[in-house]
Design a protein around this ligand. Structure first.
Ligand code: SF4
Length: 224
């Protein structure tokens, strides 16, 4: 499978920009412990049954300098890492890499990096793009492979379907902790804020909890 690269640059053409679909400052559903999450915009993999179809077009959503994202992440207290999801982070490898490098320079090597990708690890390792290969060196845990709705399994940790794999690419985390994470990491998270509703996890848009949260939000809007 070829990797399509989407490169966005600032007007001065000096900086890469990251095309961001959404962010969440604190999540326990997207990797070990408490972490910030960045969902990038753009994915060409096209897994049937993907419940993030709004993130597929490589059209400008929020184009943000990596330095701005890293500053935002560095400003969040008590998180142990960052997760990139999508969309497809490896289709913007240069900007994701620049963001992670800036964070690691400040936080040091222990700040944990988790990435969700629809590519198999072997495909990424065969890439001829230095940004892809270098990005792999910065990732502690990779959840890899295309989502297959026929193999969907809600009991999996940080994966949607049984063909997807977790790869521990550094010694920062260990597969010995999987039982502990299964207990600690929810399969869905819903945050009802005063003016918005944030939703993440592996249950998808059919989630009963999401329906209840949407009803609460719309009832509240009608009351205002
Ligand atoms: S790689 Fe992820 S975002 Fe892209 S189609 Fe597959 S499940 Fe959806």
């Amino acid at each position: 499978m070829e990797i399509l690269y989407s490169v966005w640059r600032s007007k001065e053409m000096s900086d890469f920009l990251l095309n961001v679909s959404a962010t969440m400052s604190r999540s326990r559903a997207n990797g070990p412990g408490l972490r910030a999450v960045v969902w990038v915009q753009g994915c060409t993999i096209g897994c049937a049954g993907c419940y993030s179809s709004a993130t597929h077009p490589h059209a400008a959503a929020s184009l943000i300098r990596p330095s701005e994202i890293s500053e935002w992440i560095l400003s969040i207290p008590d998180i142990e890492g960052i997760t990139f999801s999508g969309g497809e982070p490896f289709e913007q490898a240069a900007a994701v890499l620049e963001t992670i490098r800036a964070i690691k320079e400040e936080k040091g090597p222990d700040f944990s990096v988790f990435v969700f990708t629809g590519f198999e690890l072997e495909v990424l390792q065969r890439s001829e793009d230095d940004n892809v290969l270098t990005l792999l060196q910065y990732i502690d845990i990779l959840s890899a492979g295309p989502y297959d709705y026929k193999l969907r399994d809600q009991k999996l940790l940080w994966r949607g379907s049984r063909n997807q794999s977790l790869h521990f690419l550094t010694k920062r985390h260990s597969s010995d902790q999987i039982e502990e994470w299964i207990t600690d990491s929810p399969i869905e998270e819903i945050m009802i804020r005063p003016d918005s509703l944030e939703f993440t996890g592996f249950v998808g848009q059919k989630s009963q909890m999401l329906k209840v949260a949407q009803e609460i939000t719309s009832r509240r809007e009608m009351e205002v």
